[in-house]
Design a protein around this ligand. Structure first.
Ligand SMILES: NC(=O)c1ccc[n+]([C@@H]2O[C@H](COP(=O)([O-])OP(=O)(O)OC[C@H]3O[C@@H](n4cnc5c(N)ncnc54)[C@H](OP(=O)(O)O)[C@@H]3O)[C@@H](O)[C@H]2O)c1
Length: 261
């Protein structure tokens, strides 16, 4: 109908948007990057290894998607700053940040030393804070932006033997809520995606372990692990113009694991 209301699917188009997805050479990051690119965004693929990042970019381009490499270690202050200088020089804008990198170090507090604690907090929390700051400054210039942090249901939920990662992830959740209040008037929304248990490469050993894999699947209301691609729609939604009034939200994608009593 000419002149009628806009079609709902138009709100999911990301043409003209540039998205940086940290840690996007495999796992959830790659699935989110591919999905954002399929919706029209130009995606900046990140990881620490140049050859792996380049191979991912090549793969996405072969799928007809717009992808460019951005190699840097999110935990390295100077490398982060340099990466954003490169975005300014080579791309000229950043509309969407998916802060996806998250290192894991399962240990009790009494079994982890301060150096390892700091390293984990550097990668899982400080990097997310610093990247959000760098990204938001660019987004402000265009009056539009999407800050998305990949957190975890771990943090809301806890387990003996895993002390610091939950603290970092809860820190990120708090950050996104705070940024939701700070940047909303600049057209920037801030939200989190909290995954449950996904069968990514990082979890391959657990999935394959007959003592662990089936047990984790059985605890889930859906009786299975999440497939990595099942995270993608959450990222597309939160990154999209359609989610313009969703701000400060934590979108749990866990098959119902965290609501089961
Ligand atoms: N998988 C799950 O079930 C699950 C559940 C809850 C939350 N999460 C969260 O979801 C996110 C993604 O998980 P995933 O399982 O997909 O992770 P993953 O398979 O371990 O993916 C890691 C990605 O991050 C890159 N990377 C790692 N450290 C980096 C660094 N310091 N700087 C830049 N890139 C780095 C890796 O490339 P290089 O190693 O080559 O640098 C790779 O591209 C994490 O934040 C994780 O905590 C996952």
């Amino acid at each position: 109908m000419a002149g009628g209301p806009p079609h709902i699917l138009d709100g999911f188009a990301l043409q003209g948007r540039v998205a940086l997805i940290t840690g996007s050479t495999r796992g959830l990051g790659l699935c989110m990057a591919r999905a954002l690119a399929q919706c029209g965004a130009r995606v900046l693929i990140n990881g620490r290894r140049e050859d792996v990042v380049q191979a991912t970019v090549t793969q996405l381009r072969e799928e007809g998607l717009a992808a460019d490499p951005l190699v840097f270690d999110v935990a390295d202050d100077a490398a982060r700053d340099a990466a954003f200088c490169a975005i300014d020089a080579d791309v000229g804008r950043l509309d969407i940040l998916v802060n996806n990198v998250g290192a894991r170090h399962r240990a009790r507090l009494r079994d982890i030393d301060l150096g390892a604690i700091r390293a984990l907090i550097d990668t899982d929390l400080i990097a997310g804070i610093a990247l959000s700051k760098l990204a938001a400054e660019r987004m402000r210039k265009h009056g539009w932006g999407r800050l998305i942090a990949v957190t975890s249901i771990v943090g809301e939920l806890a387990r003996d033997g895993d002390a610091v990662y939950p603290a970092a992830k809860q820190g990120l959740t708090g950050l996104m809520r705070a940024l939701a209040t700070e940047y909303a008037t600049f057209g920037i929304t801030s939200n989190a995606i909290a995954p449950g248990t996904f069968a990514t490469e990082a979890n391959a050993q657990m999935v394959a372990d007959p003592a662990i894999g089936p047990q984790i699947a059985a605890r889930n209301p859906l009786r299975r692990w999440g497939e990595p691609h099942e995270i993608a729609a959450a990222a597309v939604f939160l990154a999209s113009p359609a989610a313009s009034y969703v701000n400060g939200h934590v979108l749990v994608v866990d098959g119902g694991l965290s609501v089961q009593f």
